[in-house]
Design a protein around this ligand. Structure first.
Ligand code: HEC
Ligand code: HEC
Length: 447
């Protein structure tokens, strides 16, 4: 009898282990919420944390002091938009504005030549390291950056024409003095699903990838960024230049940088020494974002499912996948990474991550240069963009835009902007017969 019980216990626990190791990362790929579904199998407690995090992500934060909304006050004194979803609409990517229109889901990073004490960008003395367009009453917003798009024509050998556009930043109403000569990097909000999986890939794994890439003649490298939590340099992985290290730190950086909301990781207000009204504004608490709120947001963003692929078995998609490998796209857009055994959330350990990125920095050539280094990322270096969910972004956003500043209006344009280390892959793409190009695009749209 005892051995039977023991056998049953063993059986159940091994089934449990199996269930754990088989955590599915996939979620449904239909409807408007494709990037907002929780991973399957969350416990009731976990779902509560997920839902609290979701509310905070969708919350429109208010100016302090607020009696009604004391938990969600503290917006500003300087900020870009009042909600995370302003720039990450339905957890998808934000769009760049048309010429001379206001930025709604985009921001401009700033710096001056040189490095700060931690090897990061050197903030502009008056404007800091990001243009905050808005201020609360009594505090002047920093000014406006608008884009002017310049078009140039490209023609494939078979005659197909494509117009490529490149943004130029124009300043308006700069409130704290001239911004001439300042280094800039305009970036749209990226999609935010699947980030727990990217967070769960170990630093060592990425360092090994970079070493392996170097030994095969590749040039992918990790960024080393300052971790405000560890108070030490760490491997970077989030942001378009892998300029923040962990999901939690990225969230805290977004709160302070984009919404002016302090947290235990960023207790200093976002005011430069010339911004006196900003320094004197009322605070919404010390810090304004509680650790519990940071925990819930981290849990939420870490446990968003990856939408399932559509028609991966379709012959055209399969042909496209072969071309993707043959052209060398997969050397940067790696079909698979693996999460570590020590990752912070147990559910996310030891999983395959089909994100089509290596999370490493690559020199993409002069065409994509922003002229602004970010820690060890040079002006021309960018983190390989994850390609999962690519085919759904167009559907959710109603308009297609790709790359860090949304300049590409089709997948073809996005590929044509590849240069530098990706120059040979781009050339190979240009030389493909039209039906092969179409197959490659069909594969990308199936992701
Ligand atoms: C004004 C627009 C804007 C707002 C508001 C905004 N973000 Fe972002 N978000 C961005 C941009 C742009 C990036 C890329 C940053 C970079 O490359 O440095 C980004 C990156 C991120 C990333 C990393 C994604 C990745 O794949 O690397 C996360 C996570 C994130 N934001 C969370 C948040 C949270 C949480 C909030 C609310 C507190 C928020 N964002 C508010 C524009 C915004
Ligand atoms: C040397 C590394 C490298 C190679 C090779 C490469 N890419 Fe990329 N890819 C990148 C980087 C880095 C970005 C992000 C650039 C940016 O945002 O400015 C990117 C962005 C993209 C994007 C836009 C994604 C988005 O979400 O906006 C697409 C699509 C893409 N690549 C497809 C391809 C295809 C197809 C190939 C092969 C023909 C390829 N790439 C080869 C590094 C590479």
């Amino acid at each position: 009898m005892r051995s039977l019980v023991l056998a049953l216990v063993l059986l159940c626990s091994s089934a449990w282990v199996l269930a754990q190791s088989a955590q599915s990362i996939w979620g449904p790929a239909t409807g408007r919420q494709v990037f907002s579904n929780p991973l399957l199998g969350l416990t009731p407690d976990e779902l509560e944390s997920f839902n609290r995090g979701r509310s905070l992500f969708r919350q429109v934060w208010v100016i302090a002091p607020s009696v009604m909304d004391a938990d969600v006050d503290g917006l500003g004194p300087l900020y870009n938009r009042p909600a995370c979803t302003s720039c990450h609409p339905v957890n998808s990517r934000g769009l760049a504005p048309e010429s001379e229109q206001r930025m709604r889901a985009m921001l401009v990073r700033l710096s001056i030549p040189g490095e700060n004490a931690h090897g990061g960008p050197l903030p502009h003395p008056a404007y800091g390291d990001q243009l905050n367009e808005e201020g609360i009453p009594g505090v002047a917003g920093e000014g406006r950056a608008t884009l002017v798009w310049h078009e140039e024509a490209f023609q494939f050998p078979d005659g197909e024409q494509v117009a490529l556009r490149r943004p130029e930043i124009k300043w308006q109403d700069m409130a704290y003095g001239s911004a001439e000569g300042i280094l800039t990097s305009a970036r749209v909000g990226p999609a935010v699903f699947g980030l727990g999986l990217l967070d769960a890939v170990s630093d060592q794994y990425l360092q090994d990838l970079a070493a392996q890439s170097a030994s095969q003649g590749g040039a992918g490298r990790v960024n080393q960024v300052w971790s405000s939590k560890a108070q030490a340099p760490k491997v970077g992985r989030f942001g378009f230049k892998a300029n923040t290290s962990t999901l939690r730190e990225q969230i805290a950086a977004a709160f302070i940088g984009d919404m002016g909301i302090t947290s235990s990781l960023h207790s200093e207000r976002p005011c430069t020494s010339v911004q006196t009204a900003c320094q004197q504004a009322v605070s919404g608490g010390e810090p304004e974002l509680s650790d519990q709120q940071l925990d819930d947001l981290s849990f939420y963003l870490a446990h968003l499912a990856v939408p399932e692929r559509r028609h991966p078995e379709h012959p055209q998609v399969q042909q496209g996948e072969q071309l993707f490998n043959a052209l060398g796209c997969a050397s940067c857009h790696r079909p698979q990474l693996h999460t570590g055994a020590q990752a912070p959330y147990p559910r996310l350990r030891n999983l395959a991550v089909p994100a089509y990125t290596d999370l490493l920095l690559h020199d993409m050539g002069e065409g994509l240069s922003d002229g602004r280094p970010d820690y060890q990322a040079s002006a021309q270096q960018w983190r390989t963009a994850p390609l999962w969910g690519l085919g759904l972004a167009a559907q959710i956003n109603a308009t297609e835009q790709y790359l860090h500043d949304g300049r590409a209006r089709s997948l073809t344009e996005a590929i044509l902007w590849h240069g530098g280390e990706a120059q040979s892959a781009r050339e190979a793409f240009v030389q493909l017969p039209p039906e092969h190009r179409e197959a490659l695009l069909a594969f990308l749209r199936s992701l």
